[in-house]
Design a protein around this ligand. Structure first.
Ligand SMILES: Nc1ncnc2c1ncn2[C@@H]1O[C@H](COP(=O)(O)OP(=O)(O)OP(=O)(O)O)[C@@H](O)[C@H]1O
Ligand SMILES: [Mg+2]
Length: 308
């Protein structure tokens, strides 16, 4: 089972869109995918379920917030499988394709913002030893829970859509992940953010492993950055506009791996997909641009699979 976090500090760079389409294409290829929405904005959740359905059926006890709440209350964390739902629309389509693929989802909740504050209160301790043990416990919860999924479920891959921040919930996703995917827009601020993200991940890994060594029971973590997938590319004459090419080149110079394929910018095609509860890559072609967009997503998934 592959465990991947999709992250960038920067908001609105296409993290959720990349996650939804990657999941959809992998499931179309026959993979069993579990999505975990760790962003309080719940954009990934609402790309697969309607707000009404979420409100009536999932909000109270079937979200990642409920799972984290159980930890905050000091209870033994319940298995993640208790919180998994199977979104109807996308899975009806996948089932009709008879390739064996599926997308399951652990929804998010706006109240996830408060979870962070509650988790923060569990940090610290009467002495340094205790504080370090609590650090491992608080940051390693999702990791433990996902690891036990591997034994009790048939998922091929777990994809976690992270919020644009580096709070305790996000750190849980990074600690749990084996690989990290970074969607980014090729502009000045996004390029700065990638370098900063790279360093923050390294610091988190160092700190976690240092404490894990003292703990003696916790295994070290070593999430690997798969690479940067550039999104919202403006194409002229078949290639990104020159300003964007510069920022792509700059990212390469940072020494961070980049995907050869990009997601082009197309507001019409990408904006409607969440509302239809069907990622772009699975929609019927509406025109030749749509089929080009789908080709790009497919090539990205080819590259992605070759890196696993
Ligand atoms: N390739 C694209 N072309 C045009 N619009 C896009 C593209 N990808 C995403 N969008 C749109 O840009 C907006 C932000 O995308 P998305 O939600 O995927 O970003 P995000 O990084 O997950 O944002 P956040 O940081 O808020 O979680 C959405 O309205 C989405 O429909
Ligand atoms: Mg998002």
């Amino acid at each position: 089972m592959e465990i991947i976090a999709v992250i960038n500090y920067k908001g609105g760079v296409g993290k959720t869109t990349v996650t939804a389409n990657l999941a959809a294409e992998l499931a179309y290829r026959g993979k069993k995918v579990l999505l975990i929405d760790t962003d309080a904005q719940a954009s990934l959740t609402f790309s697969f379920v309607t707000p009404d359905k979420w409100d009536t059926d999932y909000k109270t006890s079937l979200t990642i917030k409920s799972w984290f709440d159980a930890i905050g209350e000091g209870k033994e964390s319940p298995p993640l499988t208790d919180f998994v739902i199977t979104p109807t629309n996308v899975n009806n389509f996948l089932t009709s394709q008879k390739r064996g693929g599926r997308i399951d989802l652990i929804c998010s909740h706006l109240g996830l913002i408060n979870v962070d504050l509650e988790l923060a209160t569990l940090l610290g301790g009467v002495n340094l030893q205790q504080a370090k043990r609590n650090y491992i416990k608080v940051h390693g919860k999702l990791r433990e829970a996902i690891a036990s999924l591997a034994n009790s479920t048939d998922y091929d891959i777990v994809l976690m859509d992270c919020p644009p921040n580096f709070n305790i919930v996000t750190k849980n996703a990074i600690v749990a992940s084996e690989k990290i995917l970074i969607p980014a827009k090729p502009d000045f601020l996004s390029t700065l953010g990638i370098d900063y993200l790279h360093r923050s991940v390294n610091e988190l890994v160092k700190e976690f492993n240092e404490y894990a060594e003292l703990d003696g029971e916790t295994k070290n973590i070593s999430p690997k950055i798969l690479g940067v997938i550039f999104t919202m590319i403006q194409i002229t004459s078949g290639q990104p506009i020159s300003a964007q090419r510069q920022f792509i080149a700059q990212t390469k110079r940072l020494g961070v791996a980049t995907f050869t394929t990009n997601f082009r910018e197309n507001k019409t095609i990408f904006a409607d997909a969440p509302q239809n509860l069907m990622p772009v890559v699975l929609n019927h072609y509406s025109n030749s641009t749509h089929s080009e967009v789908v080709n790009e997503i497919e090539s990205f998934v080819d590259e992605f699979e070759s890196l696993l």
